[in-house]
Design a protein around this ligand. Structure first.
Ligand code: UDP
Length: 476
């Protein structure tokens, strides 16, 4: 066992936060650091940054205080050209285990380390390093409690089914705390029994050995899933790890980057209240040219105002994480004269939007989202009803949670080919903005928005969970 050196001098108390090398995960964990700092300003927080050279964690390293510091881990020898992006990330995380261990030892020479909080995807690293160092390790899961339930339950499902989820047609999978899930809606990395699946099985096993799991969600939003996990239903054969539901916290809604107010926000100022549909699909949502055309036609026919973030169609290189982002040529990607015809009620953004600022603008009346968990939370905090259009990762699963369980979204339904046709876009946008069904979703999201405020204020469930988290590592 490696033992953290003990010094007789009083050291400052600190924790270490270790994000996974995806930009949105990194950003979430920086927000987590900011939140913990607000609740305990005397605590020093070291964020360990491990970035894949071709994928810098741009602009995500912003913190509220000098008590939060960023420590870059040394580079590791990674050979990307032939590896698939997802497995490449896990190779990278594994290769960084010695760096993580060395960093913890170095930090502990100057600080009393209370705990380490790692991204869910780094749970294997935490398991190996923290037990060596006798340090409580917590996992921060950047998704919904409902999707965590499926991952915790994976070893049980693994024993129950003999084939890949994708091989079962129309099978409903029962998972504690969530509605029945179609096998094809299970999180995409575990659809097929391959290397990724094995990695997730391993993570699931490691989780049962950690000191606790921290979630960016709150009780009112996911009561059934939270209860099922907390009561041990998802890990029937192991001790239940404590759950800390400390959300919802989101990135600051300032316009972000650059000087002055972005043009799109000025445009929103000139639109009527709750009249604009916002379409934005996360950090990795890309559409084929055909799909872009269908969206454009559907939006135009809906007759509603829109603010749409348009990206270039995907390319082979992007799959390997090689960023070749160039501004999309809107004229060639969209139907002939679309821009002219919609110029009075549509605004197109190339590649990226200041999403949190847009969502909190009064003119936004609906959000077409890829169902990434940060985006869902941002919409909830802004009280914006959603159309759920999943694209990758656990987003199809999230659609089920958002539509059937939380009732904060209407679904966007794709054809078997994956294409969402223009008539579906038109219909769903109208449903959200004009129909009774849309009104129910609006009512529900406003209730959710109010519940977030209650949860994060004095005496609220999330506030209590943060206090319990601090207490837990003190009791080690
Ligand atoms: N985001 C943004 N502008 C964009 C696209 C995304 O600011 O044009 C931000 C969004 O506000 C959210 C994050 O990127 O905080 C996306 O995270 P999410 O979990 O929704 O999806 P992911 O990108 O991880 O799939």
């Amino acid at each position: 066992m490696w033992v953290i050196p003990v010094s007789t001098m009083a050291k400052k108390e600190a924790i270490v936060i270790y994000p996974a090398p995806w930009v949105t995960h990194h950003a979430s964990m920086v927000e987590l650091a900011n939140l913990l700092h607000i609740h305990q300003p005397s605590l020093y927080i070291h964020i360990l940054v491990a970035a894949i050279p071709s994928q810098p964690l741009f602009s995500a390293s912003a913190s509220a205080s000098s008590a939060i510091t960023f420590n870059n881990l040394p580079t590791v020898d990674l050979h990307p050209p032939t590896t698939h992006l997802d497995t490449l990330h896990f190779d990278f995380i594994r290769l960084n285990i010695p760096n993580l261990r060395r960093s913890l030892l170095t930090i502990s020479e100057s600080y009393t380390l209370n705990a380490i909080i790692v991204d869910f995807f780094c749970s294997r690293s935490a398991f190996e390093v923290a037990s060596d160092l006798d340090l409580p390790a917590y996992c921060f899961y950047t998704g919904a409690a409902g999707s965590l339930a499926s991952l915790l339950y994976l070893p049980t499902l693994h024993n129950k089914f003999t084939q890949s989820f994708e091989d079962y047609r129309d099978l409903l999978v029962d998972i504690p705390g969530v509605p029945p899930i179609l096998s094809s809606d299970m999180p995409s990395p575990i659809l097929k029994r391959n290397e990724m699946y094995e990695i997730f099985l391993d993570i699931s096993t490691c989780l049962t050995h950690l000191a606790g799991i921290i979630l960016n969600t709150f009780e009112y939003m996911e009561p059934r899933a939270i209860k099922a996990i907390a009561n041990g239903l998802c890990v029937p054969n192991s001790a239940t790890r404590p759950l800390y539901c400390i959300g919802s916290f989101i990135a600051n809604a300032a316009a972000g980057g650059g000087d002055g107010v972005p043009e799109c926000l000025k445009w929103l100022d000139s639109q009527p209240s709750k009249s604009v549909v916002f379409l934005c699909f996360g950090s990795a949502g890309f559409f084929s040219m055909q799909q872009l055309m269908e969206i454009a036609v559907g939006l135009e026919r809906s007759g509603h105002r829109f603010l749409w973030v348009v990206r270039n169609p995907p390319s082979e290189n992007r799959n390997l994480g090689i960023d070749e982002e160039v501004d999309p040529d809107l004229i060639s990607l969209l139907p002939l004269a679309f821009l002219d015809r919609t110029k009075d009620r549509g605004y197109l953004l190339k590649s990226w939007a200041p999403q949190t600022a847009v969502l909190s603008h009064d003119s936004i009346g609906g959000f077409v989202t890829h169902c990434g968990w940060n985006s869902v939370l941002e919409a909830v905090c802004a009280g914006v009803p959603m159309l759920a259009w999943p694209l990758y990762a656990e987003q199809r699963y999230n659609r089920v949670l958002m539509v059937e369980e939380m009732k904060i979204a209407l679904p966007m339904e794709e054809l078997e080919t994956g294409l969402v046709c223009s008539t579906e876009v038109e219909k769903r946008v109208k449903d959200l903005m004009e129909s009774k069904e849309g009104d129910w979703v609006k009512e529900r999201i406003i209730a959710m928005k109010n519940a977030v405020r209650v949860a994060v204020n004095e005496g609220g469930s999330s506030r209590i969970a943060v206090a319990e988290l601090f207490k837990s590592w003190k009791q080690k």
